[in-house]
Design a protein around this ligand. Sequence first.
Ligand SMILES: *[C@@H]1O[C@H](CO)[C@@H](O)[C@H](O)[C@H]1NC(C)=O
Length: 365
Amino acid sequence: MGAAFLTLGCLLFVVASVSAKTFELKDVNQLAQARKFKRIIIRHLHVPSGVTLDLTNLKEGTTVEFHGRITFGYKEWRGPLVKIGGKRLNIVGRKHARFDGEGHRYWKGGRNSRMVKPRFLEAIVDDSKISNLYFLNTPAMAFLCNWCHNTAISRITVDNKAAGDGRAGKAFNTDGISLGYCRNVQVRDSYVFNQDDCFVTGGGEDMLVENLTCEGGNGISVGSLGRGADVVKLTIRNSRVINSLSGINIKTEIGAVGLHRDVTFDNIELKQIHQYGISIHGNEGNGFPKAEPTYFVLDRYTFRNIRGNMAAPGGVNVWIWLHPNSAKNWRWENVNVVGGRGGMFRPPLSCKGIPGNVRIRCAER
Ligand SMILES: *[C@@H]1O[C@H](CO)[C@@H](O)[C@H](O)[C@H]1NC(C)=O
């Protein structure tokens, strides 16, 4: 008898102490309350239109778990639909959890639509882990980590395949994974099916992308945020780009200020690329692709073990169009992209700005 009471007492105590630390969010109006807890569970939530699921200012060390389907009301606005901020966070999607953006509501306008579309999830975190988030049918950009430090991102899925079925239009402007002004951030084991950049960074330091699969979009991009933002020490390896407009796309805008240094692409497979297998150009913006590129330093670029094929001879395997002094200290080893003869370009593409010490088969006919 006494023992039974004791057991029951312990059980109650255990249940009480778990629930005291965990908050299950049922409604976005409970966010202020949820922030007091170190474990927040979000299950089957509907977020009303024009509202951000605001998970910023979380307690240091908080775990946020997503379960089930999370949906969002329709509004033409900039978003983000979800925002996460804090230190030592563990952000995790459980099995079958989905952020469902119901993007077909936004895609109908096409590429040049003036419709304002919400970014999906923006994280600004330090010393954190983000894993297993699944974005279905994103209205626009899917996952952004800005000013993130010492953070491991893994198993992100961006699934905009519904765009391919001809009913919903095309999911334009749906950048997959974007890092801005990050330091010491890794992106691993992720998959993106979209209609814009698969991965993109325009500024940051010490970034690693590993085992990324890109499909249907514009490939892996390194751009510039301009205004002196640099990309320093970026490695992209053991990854693949399939059935996409470009494979690898290095693009800096006319007049952009900044530099890229220590950028490495290693062991990348390109399959069925439509336009540019590898494009490296300093004339993004108005007048692309013919405009004169402006000076922007691309220092210590390494391309190693890059292989692949173009979907049709209309595409170009490799195209480089840079200011004559931009490229410095390049290594170009075992790069073999084949099948393109540039037939879709009038006048035919030519190359410039290739550093004298490397041999690159560029704009082959
Ligand atoms: C690569 O990432 C995919 C997810 O896109 C995952 O299923 C696979 O297990 C990963 N491969 C390795 C070797 O970790």
